[in-house]
Design a protein around this ligand. Structure first.
Ligand code: GDP
Ligand code: ZN
Length: 439
């Protein structure tokens, strides 16, 4: 949509469908207050209500019928969510009342808003950057506390600030590189070329890593339980779930297929996958199960590698995917341990011993430092932009100046995709003001 498409006034029911104590019809655009004048009758007409104030009154149909009583709240541009004039009509939250109020507002000249259009207008008016607009969506959709937390962080604009800092560092290097190309005899101190780029690379790779945590918090994580038959995978899965889901049996090799169950662990929706015991086997059916388990472990965000605490220790299966994140668990902690390893968490599915520590370790592994970080990437679009920027920065560090300069420009372009803001121009200006060649 273009800015010229924003001359009209839009309206929509802002509250959830169904009955509720209060419902809101929101109107935004140049005619918002005039439209509200046509339906609302109170001590003041909406166009005479001061910004940020409300008036109690009645909502009136075209034929003069009183639809409901309620409040009219007025926000005046640019001090509103959309940056435009906004009237919010608060009524009782029944679908019947809200439907009548909305159709009257449309009769009076507003157009039905498209999905996300209020937030789109906030972005176009410069009130939100693209990542913040995505955060609004995340807040509306948040199903878990972790998702809510990171969406509200996104809305705070912390990501925009961080991206601007990265952009400023890349630009400093770009300026240095261009200065070297233009005035090779001058020479540019290494710290002007190398240090800002190092900082940008560091910052970007942290952001790229946060994308994994951000997406885990939003869409949830897959967690695979692996281990030899009879180590206690099904029992631990049940203990984490808190009820019987998979069949626990003392006969080795029973879980040939895998079994999934959803649970919320420390604010993150987690799918637990109980895999067939991983071991070298000649049994055809079990072999298929083992291959599947290895593949599952590879697709998982986190692997719980279980070893029987009671049996003499055998080496873990070597098939564990390279780079997989693993928590080692020593099972059956209620019994006398046959071995000791401080690198493994001792857990009992029977007594629950060690379960809180295990949940804590799962949470830390899934969200890690990102849980404390002030800005995360939460959408694949953002992650893609950050990865592209990182790739260009890394390339620039190894290339001669003329090629590096191109890579840095590409990195800046990828960054401005990230927040949808043109970091290039304003940051370039700011940096060149401080950066003088041949002084
Ligand atoms: P899986 O084959 O890895 O899924 O193992 P199961 O969960 O089916 O457990 C195998 C056997 O170990 C069963 O007899 C369980 O009762 C027993 N078991 C599992 N976890 C524990 C535990 O924490 N403590 C004790 N004492 N026995 C356990
Ligand atoms: Zn099992």
């Amino acid at each position: 949509m273009t800015r010229s498409g924003l001359t009209d006034t839009i309206a929509a029911i802002a509250t959830a469908p169904g009955s509720a104590g209060v419902g809101i019809v929101r109107v935004s655009g140049p005619e918002a207050l005039t439209v509200a004048d046509g339906i609302f009758s109170g001590r003041r007409t909406p166009s005479r209500i001061r910004g940020g104030r409300f008036v109690f009154g009645q909502l009136i149909a075209a034929d003069g019928e009183v639809l409901d009583e309620g409040l009219c709240l007025v926000f005046r541009r640019p001090h509103s969510y959309t940056g435009e004039d906004v009237a919010e009509l608060q009524t009782h939250g029944s679908p019947a009342v809200l439907g009548r109020v909305l159709s009257r507002v449309l009769e009076l000249g507003a157009r039905l808003a498209r999905p996300g259009e209020f937030t789109l207008r906030a972005y176009l008016s410069g009130r939100l950057d693209l990542a913040q607009a995505e955060a609004v969506l995340g807040l509306v959709e948040a199903q878990t506390d972790a998702a809510r937390r990171q969406a509200s962080l996104g809305l705070s604009g912390a990501l925009g600030t961080r991206v601007a800092r990265i952009g400023a560092n890349i630009t400093r290097t770009l300026a240095a590189v261009q200065a070297m190309l233009d005035y090779p005899e001058e020479g540019v101190p290494e710290e002007d070329r190398e240090l800002p780029l190092q900082a940008a690379e560091q910052d970007l790779s942290e952001l790229v890593q946060s994308a994994r945590a951000g997406q885990v918090a939003t869409r949830g994580a897959r967690l695979a339980l692996i281990g030899r038959p009879n180590v206690g995978k099904s029992s631990l899965l049940n203990a984490l779930l808190g009820y019987e889901r998979s069949i626990v049996t003392p006969i080795p090799g029973t879980t040939r297929d895998y079994l999934e169950a959803g649970v919320e662990l420390a604010g993150v929706p987690v799918t637990l996958v109980d895999t067939a015991g991983i071991r070298h086997t000649t049994d055809q059916v079990e072999a298929a199960g083992v291959r599947q388990a290895v593949a599952l472990a590879g697709a998982a965000d986190l692997v719980l590698a279980l070893e029987d605490g009671q049996q003499p220790r055998e080496p873990l299966p070597t098939e564990l995917p390279e780079g997989a994140r693993v928590i080692r668990v020593q099972t059956k902690a209620d019994l006398e341990p046959a071995w000791n390893d401080p690198g493994a968490l001792r857990v009992s599915a029977v007594t629950g011993e060690g379960l809180p520590e295990l949940r804590e370790a799962i949470h830390a592994a899934l969200l890690g430092d990102a849980a404390r970080s002030e800005a995360w990437l939460t959408t694949e679009r953002q992650a893609d932009a950050a990865r592209r920027a990182l790739g260009h920065v890394q390339a620039a560090r190894t290339l001669p100046d003329d090629l590096a300069s191109w890579e840095l420009e590409e990195a800046l372009r990828a960054l401005s995709d990230l927040t949808g803001r043109d970091v290039q121009e304003d940051v370039v200006d700011a940096v060149f003001r401080n950066f003088c060649v041949g002084k």
